[in-house]
Structures are given as structure tokens and as C-alpha cells.
Write a protein that binds this ligand. Structure first.
Ligand SMILES: Cc1ncc(COP(=O)(O)O)c(C=O)c1O
Length: 397
């Protein structure tokens, strides 16, 4: 249906009928396969951003497509006042792959954050309601999530925000110790900040947060919406440090493009969420849960975590070689296939050049270019992407 419209016709539909809340590029994508997508005019793009770090298995992976087709033919939806098999299977997979927790399912990252904040408040005594979060964090766009997000640009026009959030510098344990009081119920942190510019928490910092939460009876929440489900070369980013959170939020990769979010909570914490305390009509429905099972099983069966480590190290090495020759690259940082390239020039212009040359990346915080390809990206694709980046940098003032 979509590809019978020209680019102009589709853009006109958006102009007339769709809220203009995104700064969109004038490109209409009609098809995807692996790390490639095609627009309505037949132009091919190398997708090194996996949508928005979403298509874990690449576009239209045959196993994901087959799982969705099979489930759609059997049962798409049944409400959460009954049981469905895919939701049970998915919870088991997530629990077994992480820290033996219990799952609540929703439809997005922001909703997972809402659930985590509500559970942290439920699990701690009534007078505790405050949550500490970190500068340059990003947790989503609902009211709870923007209140947790410590970037004023996401607050403009929406005050008053949800009460009880305090923002602290990342990797500064003294600041955290100084901020905790008897009303603090939890700490929420991305083990590696994504939208904030690929800023990595040190192991010492995460361990310090764990110790402090244990000392003060607080809930430690890791936002793994972007880092979770293989992105960093482990199934979850917390597994690099070995510091286990009480609650972990997931979305993005989890459904491989199908909308699903989740929290995984330690059983003793999860027990505080009783019938009636929280709910989601679509959360964990049969169709999206079956898709998420297919994503996780494919990552495990096809040993994609090994692949991420191998290709990620290759990409990082190649980018550092480019950095030696190209002073417009100030730093290359990240882990696995979560890679940030700090530029000495405006990232928007480089991003645009890459787009013209048929490559999709992302620019955040003005000067950080992000490479977050699908877990299935090949060395050749990475090589091609870096060659395009090199040209784009060369041609940017
Ligand atoms: C770390 C993190 N948390 C939460 C979110 C919000 O997820 P969603 O857009 O699915 O609501 C994002 C989205 O980019 C994210 O990167």
C-alpha cells in the first residue's frame, strides 16, 4: 500500500494529517532487509542506527517474521485477566538470562520507566518517594520519564513535573551520598547513557550505588532500554560490571521493532506490585511477546553476542585508525555495538552528508555521532559505513 504513493504524496499526507512533533528527514522508507533499507524512490541506505537502536536482528529477519506470522494466525491478543503462553515463555527467558527476576510487560521504554518508578515507591516505606537520576540521562517522554530525565530541554513547557527527582553528576559517588535522605526511595541510572552521548558509568560508580542502596534500603534501577538485549555484547549491560540492579527496564531491541517494553525485578521487589497497583491493556500481548521470544532465541541460537563483540571491536579499531588521520574526530567511545564518535565539528552536517551518501546514523548532543547498528551487521557493512563517514568528514567544513 505505502509504496504506491510517491515521496511527495506521502509527505503531503503527513503535512495535512500528522502532528509535526518530529524533525523528520524527507525520506519515505518502504522496505528493509538486514542492515539495508530502501526508500520510495528506490534509493538504498545502509542502516547503522537500526531504526532508533531498535531492529536488533536487522530489518525483517526471517525468524522474527515467521514468529509474528505464526502467532498472528493463532492468537494476537487476549487481555491480562487471563494467561497466554508467549508472555509466560518470554518472562522465563528474560528471568533466566538475567538475575532470576519477575517481569511486568508494557509497550515502550517510557512505560517501563513509569512501572519502575511506581514499583520503587510501592516497595519502600510511604515517606520515601524521591528518586535520584543523572545529568544527561534520557528516560523517555511521559511525565514520569521526563521528570526523571535530567535535561532541561525535555522539560520546557511541561512544568510542573512529577515531584521528587534530583539530578546529580554521573560517576560522582560523593554527590550521590550527599543527596540521599530519608525520603529517597531509589536511584535510576543508565549503565551507559545513550541519548546523552554514549557516556559509560564506571564499575566503581555502579558498585557504589549498589552499596548505598543496600545500606539505605533503596531500590537500584538500571534503565537498559537502550543497552539491553545484546547491544553492548552481553545480553544486558549490567553483566559487564556484575552489579545487579533491583529493577531493570527494557524496550527497543526486545521486540526487534515490534513495540514491547518490560521491567525485570528481583522477586522480593516484584512482590510489592499486587493486583490493582499497575496494569497495561496491551502489555505482553501474545503477538509482541512471541516476537520478543523470537528475538531472544535468535540472539542465543545464532551466538549474536559473540558476533557483537567481534564486529564491535573491529568497528572501534577502524574508527580509531580513522581518528589518527582525521582531526575532526576527537574521541571514539562505547562498548559492543553502542559506539559514540565525538566530533570537533557540528554533527548535524556530517549526519546529513552520510544520509546523502546512503547511510543512516544519528547525531546527539550536537557533536556526538552514534553508530548503533543491528546485532547482525557484518564487518563488510561496518567497513562500508566507515568509508562513507570518512568521506563525509572530509567534505564537512
Ligand atoms: C535509555 C532510554 N530509556 C527510555 C527511553 C524511552 O523509550 P521509548 O521511546 O520506547 O518510550 C529511551 C529512548 O530512547 C532510552 O534511550
Amino acid at each position: 500500500m505505502a509504496d504506491v504513493l510517491s515521496t511527495k504524496e506521502t509527505l503531503d499526507l503527513f503535512d495535512r494529517y500528522v502532528v509535526a512533533n518530529y524533525g523528520r528527514l524527507p525520506v519515505v522508507i518502504v522496505r528493509g532487509e538486514g542492515s539495508r533499507v530502501w526508500d520510495a524512490d528506490g534509493k538504498e541506505y545502509l542502516d547503522l542506527f537500526a531504526g532508533w537502536a531498535v531492529t536488533a536482528l536487522g530489518h525483517c529477519h526471517p525468524r522474527l517474521v515467521a514468529a509474528i506470522r505464526e502467532q498472528a494466525g493463532q492468537l494476537i491478543y487476549m487481555a491480562n485477566h487471563m494467561y497466554t503462553q508467549p508472555q509466560g515463555r518470554l518472562a522465563q527467558l528474560l528471568s533466566e538470562q538475567s538475575f532470576g527476576g519477575k517481569c511486568f510487560f508494557c509497550n515502550s521504554g517510557a512505560e517501563a520507566i513509569e512501572a519502575a518508578i511506581k514499583l520503587a515507591r510501592l516497595h519502600t516505606p510511604r515517606e520515601k518517594y524521591k528518586v535520584l537520576t543523572f545529568e544527561d540521562s534520557f528516560h523517555g517522554r511521559t511525565f514520569g520519564a521526563i521528570s526523571a530525565t535530567a535535561q532541561s530541554k525535555y522539560h520546557q513547557g511541561f512544568q510542573p513535573l512529577l515531584a521528587g527527582f534530583e539530578y546529580l553528576p554521573l560517576n560522582d559517588l560523593d554527590a550521590v551520598y550527599g543527596a540521599v535522605d530519608d525520603e529517597t526511595c531509589g536511584i535510576l541510572v543508565e549503565p551507559i547513557q545513550g541519548e546523552g552521548g554514549v557516556n559509560v558509568c564506571t564499575d566503581e560508580f555502579l558498585q557504589g550505588l549498589r552499596n548505598l542502596c543496600d545500606e539505605r534500603g533503596m531500590v537500584l534501577m538500571f534503565d537498559e532500554v537502550q543497552t539491553g538485549v545484546g547491544r553492548t555484547g552481553k545480553m544486558f549491560a549490567y553483566q559487564h560490571s556484575g552489579v545487579v540492579p533491583d529493577i531493570m527496564t527494557l524496550a527497543k531491541h526486545l521486540g526487534g521493532g515490534v513495540p514491547i517494553g518490560a521491567i525485570v525485578a528481583k522477586p522480593e521487589v516484584a512482590a510489592s506490585m499486587k493486583p490493582g497497583t499497575h496494569a497495561s491493556t496491551f502489555g505482553g500481548n501474545a503477538l509482541t511477546a512471541a516476537a520478543a521470544c523470537a528475538v531472544l532465541e535468535t540472539i542465543l541460537d545464532e551466538k549474536l553476542l559473540d558476533h557483537v563483540n567481534e564486529v564491535g571491536a573491529f568497528a572501534m579499531g577502524r574508527l580509531r585508525e580513522l581518528q589518527q588521520k582525521q582531526p575532526k574526530i576527537k574521541q571514539v567511545r562505547g562498548i559492543g555495538l553502542m559506539i559514540g564518535i565525538e566530533l570537533a565539528v557540528g554533527g548535524a552536517a556530517v549526519f546529513k552528508k552520510c544520509l546523502e551518501k546512503g547511510m543512516l546514523t544519528n547525531c546527539t548532543h550536537d557533536t556526538v555521532l552514534r553508530f548503533m547498528p543491528s546485532l547482525t551487521v557484518t564487518r563488510e557493512e561496518v567497513e562500508q559505513g566507515i568509508a562513507i563517514l570518512a568521506e563525509a568528514l572530509e567534505e564537512t567544513e
